[in-house]
Design a protein around this ligand. Structure first.
Ligand SMILES: [Zn+2]
Length: 436
């Protein structure tokens, strides 16, 4: 009798350490554009949100995050079965990698928004679910998902009627709040500002979460200040690979998280980021030593005491005006923003851009230089100052332009402007070696 008791006791101890009572969420570095997040529940379930990028050769076939990254990662963890796959939305950088994952692992069920989409990757994704006979359903706002007794899983979006317009697919993303006792996570695919606004209006304080998955890879289409102030996360994680040609995350967005005092992790710099929690405390681990946002801790902008919402209201309005070629009006807005937060290198850089466009080159130069002095990793100020020195005859400084472009490539070796920068560097190099 005693022996049986002892065995049972040992079994209990063993299983409680094996399965623990910990929730582990890992944001996987999928190398390129894309999300993939593994949730390991306290009772040992494996839930995978998204699987990174591949479009099966539709537009390019250089990258297959499913085969190259996600599958090896799951295997290394000793995972044999995925209980639930959540496909946040139909874009190839989210569902692409899931197709191979479904081939490789037993999958309990697949959840996705069901937004009507016609790409080859999405069609293949649906075909694979059918082929494998995996239970499949759509989820919508208001659903409560039964993942495990101790976990509260609420679906906040998409609403019953999908958003319309050119960002409709991103805006159809499943938004889930996962709560384990006192620690909560907000997962949100690629939602953009329209959905953020809608969530703030519909859920308000309920959005508050300990940890935020940054929407849309840190693009400036998302992370509006009103949304961030409502979610009020202690830390946030951007899933984005080094080799992305979108120049994500946007440097202004990175600055915004820092200004708001939100600890920011990004998989392009930190590698896989995992959060372990017993529901009370949590611990964040990064694959490589944590990189404090843009640069070093001491260089981070001060958390501004002033009306930061107002600052972003002016700054965002100013930038929108400039994008619509209303430079003079844009400049006025950004100047008002800078009165609130003079240390914003992003706003300085945008102000410089506005001055450059109305040919106030001296003022532009001053703002660009100031932006660079505020942030040693400031990209756009270097880019535009370099272009100004290269092309505006009154400010020709081609040697400095060359230096600035080289610095740009160091800051962002792979991005939207990489090819253009390489060309300019080559052109300027040629000029240097010409002999007279
Ligand atoms: Zn995406």
């Amino acid at each position: 009798m005693r022996k049986i008791f002892l065995t049972l006791f040992l079994l209990f101890v063993f299983s409680s350490t094996l399965f623990g009572s910990e929730l582990i969420v890992t944001v996987i570095d999928v190398g390129s554009i894309g999300d993939s997040i593994l949730i390991q529940t306290p009772r040992g379930k494996n839930i995978l949100i998204d699987g990174g990028f591949t479009d099966l050769g539709e537009f390019n076939d250089f990258w297959d995050a499913g085969k190259d990254i996600v599958i090896p990662f799951l295997k290394k963890k000793g995972i044999k079965k995925i209980d639930i796959i959540v496909a946040s939305h139909a874009h190839a950088d989210h569902i692409g990698g899931l197709i191979d994952v479904m081939d490789e692992f037993e999958v309990g069920e697949v959840l996705e928004p069901g937004y009507p989409y016609t790409t080859r990757a999405y069609r293949k994704f649906l075909e694979k679910i059918k082929e494998k006979g995996i239970p499949y359903s759509n989820t919508k706002r208001g659903d409560i998902l039964d993942w495990e007794k101790e976990l509260k899983v609420e679906v906040f979006s998409p609403p019953k009627k999908f958003f319309k317009g050119e960002n409709a697919c991103n805006n159809s993303s499943i938004v889930i709040k996962l709560t384990y006792k006192k620690v909560s996570f907000l997962f949100n695919g690629d939602i953009e500002r329209e959905v953020e606004k809608n969530l703030v209006e519909n859920y308000g304080e309920k959005l508050k979460s300990t940890i935020l998955k940054v929407p849309h890879h840190g693009s400036d289409t998302s992370s509006t200040v009103k949304f961030l102030k409502m979610v009020k996360p202690e830390c946030a994680i951007i899933p984005i690979g080094k080799n992305n040609t979108y120049s994500f995350p946007n440097s202004g967005v990175v600055e915004k998280y820092e200004v708001l005092g939100i600890r920011l992790y990004r998989t392009d710099l930190d590698g896989n980021v995992s959060i372990r929690t017993d529901g009370i405390k949590y611990e964040v681990k990064t694959e490589t030593p944590h990189h404090f946002g843009r640069t070093s801790l001491k260089e981070q902008p001060k958390v501004v005491g002033g009306d930061i919402e107002k600052f972003y209201e002016y700054a965002e309005k100013g930038w929108t005006l400039m994008k619509n070629k209303k430079f003079k009006e844009g400049i006025e807005e950004i100047k008002m923003a800078l009165e609130i937060n003079p240390d914003s290198s992003d706003a300085r850089s945008k102000l410089g851009y506005g001055y450059k466009k109305i040919q106030e080159f001296k003022l532009a130069e001053k703002e660009f230089k100031k932006a660079i002095s505020l942030n040693s990793k400031e990209f756009y100020a270097r880019l535009h100052l370099g272009l100004m020195y290269m092309y505006q005859y009154k400010t020709y400084k081609t040697d400095i332009a060359l230096k600035l472009f080289k610095e740009c490539l160091e800051i962002e070796p792979e991005g939207k402007y990489t090819e253009m920068l390489r060309e300019k560097i080559e052109d300027l190099g040629k000029e240097e070696s010409e002999e007279w």
